[in-house]
Ligand binder design. Structure first.
Ligand code: GLU
Length: 491
């Protein structure tokens, strides 16, 4: 990665999740866009945990968010665990910083003390609603005289600090949506510091983005209305707002925000379901980004190379499980047998040697859409003792035409090939077909008993893999063992 330097300043971006749940696919997409911009520009990725909601935030969710990001390969340069020059990176540890800025706004008359209690606010709100008026903070405390304020302070009345929204038009310049203009008269004087000393969401975000020197704010478009307030705070603090990009939210097939009722929503769910991180990343990137042509399959490295903000569309992002499954298949195909074996090794029998494991995996991988599909593959055949037959396999063998001659033909053909390998395996199967034809048999007359006798089962992978796994001699031995089993049954 190229680092920022004077000539080529990279973007400083941040992913700012609230650790109030496991990492949602929609948030993972936000993290991905930020990461692609950071890595593509040689800039910095910041992980900031917005944990001001102490009741709903937990260390467990923090862990899940960080683990899920790392599993996807979305690393960060600054964050709560790795530190950095602009820390701390948990909002709960930055309260003093926020209160300093709130006091500054107060002194500069850009904010004011509000002594209204929650009960008073509720009463006035109810009255307004009762009269059919829209409620917005009525600026009661903005109108307090100096004496009134001094009296309330002397009484020790707790107060919050509210931002005094200035008059005029506010413009958010969004890279995706252009200029979003809002008349400030539509905006409430919002709280920037609560009476218990905790910062309000908007102040915390803006102070962090200023002090962390964030250049691009990339987040879901549910924050577009917040951005208006943020621009006001940036201005009040004399700071230029960063570049904004509010991307569309991830929706379920019914057009509603992707939620549990659509199925699995967290990255860790998809990890457990056996999806590859590179497939998930490819899928999430393609949801609102296109390279400008019809390519669809990208490795993470290719995405870093090719992703550009100009290629992001504001259109709806609808989650499509079939597409994800298709991409997962494509990325699974790119793995070597050895790489795939590493990923499913927990499902493989430990008694198998590594090279045998790889053959076993190679033999069933076509039937897999996800890693979890390994569990339903017929791998038991590879650990079944020679001569052991399922009832079904035994029944099939007994009723197979010319079975004794077919089994002898199998043994003699296999034993003509001392070496092993895919080419040999294919040759053996060809030889068997020819031998069958010479006898006026269907190929099945010899190939079906091959499977049954070698594996003891009616289901399993392509015959060539069986030869590769046990070797021609090993297969011949297994056919012999099966013959003995059949003879013993007869006795
Ligand atoms: N903490 C906010 C969230 O999880 C993100 C705020 C931001 O990106 O500015 O939605």
């Amino acid at each position: 990665m190229t680092r920022r330097d004077g000539d080529n300043p990279g973007a400083r971006v941040r992913f700012a999740p609230s650790p109030t749940g496991r990492l949602h696919l929609g948030s993972a997409r936000t993290a991905l866009f930020n990461w692609l911009v950071a890595r593509g520009s040689g800039g910095d990725m910041i992980l900031r945990l917005e944990d001001t909601d102490r009741e709903r935030s937990s260390a467990e969710f923090e862990r899940d968010i960080m683990d899920s990001m790392l599993w996807m390969g979305l690393d960060w340069d600054e964050g709560p665990d790795v530190g950095g020059e602009h820390g701390p990176y948990r909002q709960s540890e930055r309260m003093d910083i926020y209160s300093g800025y709130a006091r500054r706004l107060l002194e500069e008359d850009r904010a004011y003390r509000c002594y209204c209690t929650p009960e008073e606010l509720k009463e006035r709100k109810n009255a307004a609603v009762g009269e059919g008026r829209a409620w917005r903070y009525d600026r009661k405390c903005l109108g307090l005289t100096d004496e009134e304020r001094a009296r309330l302070t002397a009484e020790g009345r707790p107060y919050a600090i509210r931002f005094r929204v200035p008059e005029g038009e506010v413009t958010v310049n969004d890279m995706l949506r252009g200029e979003v203009k809002v008349n400030a008269s539509e905006i409430d004087d919002f709280i920037i510091l609560r009476s218990d000393g905790r910062a309000g969401f908007h102040l915390a975000v803006v102070v962090d983005d200023i002090t962390m020197e964030v250049t691009h704010v990339i987040r879901g478009d549910d924050h577009l209305t917040n951005a208006v307030r943020h621009v006001l705070i940036f201005r009040a603090l004399g700071a230029a707002p960063p570049m904004f990009l509010h991307h569309s939210l991830l929706m379920g097939p019914d057009g509603a925000k992707l939620s549990k009722r659509h199925g699995a929503t967290s990255v860790s769910d998809y990890r457990e379901m056996g999806y590859l991180p590179q497939a998930l990343i490819n899928y999430l990137a393609l949801l609102s980004w296109s390279p400008g042509d019809d390519r669809e399959i990208f490795t993470p490295g290719e995405l870093v190379e090719e992703f550009s903000i100009e290629g992001v569309s504001a259109g709806k992002a609808i989650f499509d499980m079939d597409k994800l499954n298709w991409l997962n298949r494509q990325h699974m195909k790119m793995l070597s047998d050895s790489e795939l074996t590493d990923l499913v090794i927990d499902h493989l029998d430990r008694s198998l040697a590594r090279d045998k494991m790889e053959i076993a995996v190679a033999s069933v991988r076509n039937g897999m859409e996800t890693l979890a599909d390994i569990a339903s593959q017929p791998l038991d055949i590879y650990v079944r003792p020679a001569g052991e037959l399922s009832d079904k396999a035994a029944g099939e063998l007994v009723k197979s035409p010319d079975i004794e001659e077919a089994l002898d033909l199998l043994i003699s053909t296999l034993e003509k090939h001392p070496s092993n390998g895919m080419a040999t395996a294919e040759r053996i199967v060809d030889d068997l077909r020819r031998e069958a034809a010479e006898r006026g048999w269907k190929a099945k007359t010899v190939l079906w008993p091959f499977r049954l006798a070698v594996t003891g089962s009616t289901v399993g992978p392509d015959l060539t893999y069986l030869i590769l796994f046990w070797g021609p001699g090993g297969c011949a031995d297994r056919v012999r063992a099966t013959k003995r089993t059949l003879e013993e049954r007869d006795e």
